[in-house]
Design a protein around this ligand. Structure first.
Ligand SMILES: [Zn+2]
Length: 313
């Protein structure tokens, strides 16, 4: 009789595997002689000098590992950590916070390595062979804007595409110049965010971290979450995002990176132990509070500029 493929059972097994903390293989009782200091010992590393019991003659593999070590990628944890960040990100974070540090690649180290790879991909190492996010379009816009502001300030009555904008520029040339500076700064920030996704997402997560802490500090899985623990978790979550954005940018599917941003809900759900809706609601409220604060800040800035121009202009 043919064995039936049971999808439901497979999914159950996958879920159980995901939640299970990483197991470390049992220690062999085999005795080793350290090739460096000739001590005899059992275990994976020499207790005197720390050299690995697996030290062997050079092969291509050993040479490649030696090379990778120079770039901080020598530890085998790297690829397993990448895989875990895709398949079980929140459970990886739980493992890490609960003390399974050596099983995983360290979060900040991983962040800088991924940021470097991401930088290469957005600057040309992708299937198009070109830098994504071309700057030339923005530069042309900026030059046009400046020209409009100048011509509007100098000659009155010139008819152009954007009459409302120009009449404002005519009546209030000082304010127009100030607002142009604010908006071009915002545009520059947006451009920066597209060119450096890893830096962008970490900034965003750090910015929202205070609000997230408010909503996740007493979760079922971690009832007494500390802020630094959340901070470390967010670095791993930023790493997860960067992995997806590298893949999307590599295939020039840059628009999909918004999907990667939505996927950050998964680790939040897994590490907190809240249900889907509870997690999503908490994240949304945290995001809205951040957004309101940001808008209030910009409004204050714009109002401040208006007042400054009114009394000093
Ligand atoms: Zn030794």
């Amino acid at each position: 009789m043919k064995k039936k493929f049971n999808l439901k059972k497979k999914i159950q097994q996958f879920r159980a595997w995901r939640e299970r903390p990483r197991e470390v293989a049992p220690l062999s009782t085999e005795e080793h002689e350290c090739l460096n200091c000739h001590d005899h010992y059992t275990g994976n590393f020499c207790p005197r000098c720390g050299q690995s019991a697996a030290t062997s003659r050079f092969s291509m593999k050993v040479a490649a590992e030696n090379f990778a070590e120079a770039y901080g990628m020598g530890e085998r944890g790297m690829f397993r950590t990448i895989l875990d960040l895709i398949l079980r990100p929140g459970y990886l974070i739980l493992d890490y916070l609960r003390g399974k540090r050596a099983s995983y690649f360290a979060p900040f180290k991983m962040y800088f390595l991924l940021a470097a790879v991401s930088l290469l991909v957005t600057h040309g190492l992708n299937i198009t062979g070109n830098a994504l996010h071309d700057d030339s379009e923005y530069v042309v816009n900026e030059v046009n804007q400046e020209r409009n502001a100048d011509s509007a300030a100098k000659s009155s009555g010139s008819v152009t595409k954007d009459d409302a904008q120009n009449s404002f520029a005519e009546d209030y040339p000082e304010e127009y110049r100030m607002y142009s500076v604010i908006f071009s700064t915002l545009e520059k920030i947006e451009r920066f965010a597209q060119k450096y996704p890893s830096i962008n997402v970490l900034f965003l997560l750090m910015f929202i971290s205070g609000n997230l802490f408010l909503f996740f500090r007493h979760s079922p899985n971690i009832p007494d979450l500390r802020y630094p623990e959340l901070f470390i978790s967010l670095v791993y979550i930023a790493n997860m995002y960067t992995i997806y954005s590298i893949v999307f940018d590599f295939f020039s599917l840059t628009k999909l990176t918004i999907l990667a941003l939505l996927l950050t809900i998964i680790p939040l759900k897994q590490m907190s132990g809240y249900g889907w809706w509870s997690t999503i609601l908490r994240a949304i409220v945290a995001f809205i509070i951040m957004f309101v604060l940001l808008v209030a800040f910009i409004a204050l800035m714009v109002a401040g500029v208006g007042l400054f121009v009114k009394y000093h202009g």
